[in-house]
Design a protein around this ligand. Structure first.
Ligand code: SF4
Ligand code: SF4
Length: 155
């Protein structure tokens, strides 16, 4: 477990986040964990934990949060948003963290549009895979193969 040094914490971080539209309730989080327990990303990725990200942000771990790969994993499904008893709107907080990461130079400026494109691709791929699972045929299989090959530039 990483040691947290009080001298390295940025006490302004939580106020910077909470001042953005959509994050007004962010400091109300009381660490109940409902978001993490409901999150489809946390279900498949043990490193992904919305409750922990909020706690780190409230503590002032600006650099650790904004430079983390974890903030790019959220798929903006809004389940946590709907279930949070404190109305934290975590999906919106995540958008704010991403924008801050780009603005403060922790991530390249094209990252936001890359993520939008990836989310669209993931939905499109899922729809095509559902079609294949419901009615497997070679043509549909080729569509899926071609999509994946194009995305990862397989020759
Ligand atoms: S569900 Fe809301 S209150 Fe509970 S840990 Fe998540 S953000 Fe905090
Ligand atoms: S919006 Fe993000 S953090 Fe919230 S449940 Fe969906 S994937 Fe998880």
């Amino acid at each position: 477990m990483k040691e947290i040094k009080l001298s390295e914490l940025d006490t302004k971080f939580k106020y910077d986040i909470a001042s953005q539209p959509g994050a007004e309730n962010f400091k109300r989080c009381f660490t109940c964990g409902t978001c993490t327990a409901s999150c489809p990303v946390a279900e498949v990725n043990d490193d992904y934990d919305p409750r922990k990200i909020i706690r780190m942000a409230i503590l002032g771990m600006r650099k650790e949060v904004l430079s983390s790969d974890i903030i790019w994993m959220c798929q903006k499904c809004y389940v946590c948003y709907a279930r949070c008893p404190q109305n934290v709107k975590f999906a919106d907080v995540m958008s704010i963290l991403r924008e801050m990461a780009v603005k403060e130079g922790y991530a390249p400026k094209e990252r936001l549009s890359e993520m939008e494109e990836l989310d669209k691709f993931a939905q499109d791929l899922r729809c095509n895979m559902v079609k294949y699972l419901l009615k497997p045929d070679k043509k549909q299989g080729d569509v899926i193969k071609s999509m994946v090959e194009k995305k990862i530039n397989v020759k």
